[in-house]
Design a protein around this ligand. Structure first.
Ligand SMILES: CC(C)(COP(=O)(O)OP(=O)(O)OC[C@H]1O[C@@H](n2cnc3c(N)ncnc32)[C@H](O)[C@@H]1OP(=O)(O)O)[C@@H](O)C(=O)NCCC(=O)NCCS
Length: 231
């Protein structure tokens, strides 16, 4: 049974191979830990204000990341996508999932030493796969001369906000301007359709923070993430 103040995360659990819970109400943290032990939960996470560490740390939660949300306004004038940018098709899902499995290192699953890297890779791969198959409103891609996908930017449509859900460039193509083109492309795609562009990233990912700041996105929020895993 799931205790009060918690909710299940079935997608996460399917990748981890054990139940995954989100602690929705920090005031229920102690009951939640007791429940998690009884139900053999593999991971419980909480995202909230830094001050919650005073409650969570003594219960065995570990602070994993600080998430920064950045945003910017986008033009109401329609724009063309930049050259070299394509729109992913469902047939690209496997290639994009493979790229995602190789690219991400700063997200909370990869940063938690209690989560095996192969699970963290599989998590990003499955997430990207779902995005291309329709979870994202659109997935923009960069392509090399041979038409091979070198980077992707999966975007969610949230009312008048276009949200970067996942963005990555293949490790052997990073530092060559692809990430920059993918952000420019998102701004162009959103122009005339959405009012703002929003993205979340980690303090521990300076490359992505600089990338977004370079394109005019500014910090609009900050939250910490804690993990509890069974000892
Ligand atoms: C973040 C990421 C998408 C950037 O893509 P990229 O193609 O390597 O970036 P670009 O070559 O277009 O660089 C664009 C800007 O990003 C910043 N940047 C990129 N790599 C950087 C690094 N290693 N250190 C610091 N800044 C960096 C710079 O501001 C750079 O502009 P500049 O060269 O004019 O200074 C890429 O590093 C990546 O896929 N990382 C792994 C996945 C990930 O962490 N995604 C972000 C999750 S929110």
């Amino acid at each position: 049974m799931i205790p009060k103040g918690c909710s299940e995360r079935p997608f996460d659990a399917s990748i981890l191979g054990r139940p995954v819970w989100c602690l929705d109400d920090v005031a229920q943290a102690e009951n939640a830990v007791n429940g998690a032990r009884q139900e053999s939960v593999g991971l419980m996470f909480r995202r909230g204000d830094a001050s919650e560490g005073a409650i969570l740390d003594p219960l065995g939660f570990r602070k994993i990341e600080t998430l920064i949300t950045l945003g910017c306004a986008i033009s109401d004038q329609k724009q063309r996508l930049p050259a070299g940018i394509g729109i992913a098709q469902t047939t690209d899902a496997d290639a994009i999932a493979d790229l995602a499995a190789r690219a991400f290192r700063s997200d909370r699953w990869h940063r938690d030493p209690e989560i095996p890297d192969d699970r963290a890779d599989a998590y990003k791969a499955a997430w990207a796969h779902n995005d291309v198959l329709g979870r994202a409103g659109v997935t923009l891609v960069t392509l090399n001369a041979a038409g091979v996908i070198t980077g992707f930017n999966a975007l969610l449509f949230r009312d008048d906000t276009l949200v970067v859900d996942l963005i990555a460039v293949a490790p052997d193509h990073q530092g060559q301007g692809h990430g920059s083109r993918l952000v420019t492309a998102a701004i162009a795609y959103g122009a005339g359709r959405f009012k703002t562009l929003q993205v979340g990233t980690q303090v521990a990912n300076p490359a992505s923070i600089r990338l977004y700041q370079k394109h005019g996105l500014q910090e609009i929020g900050r939250a910490d993430t804690w993990h509890w895993t069974p000892s």
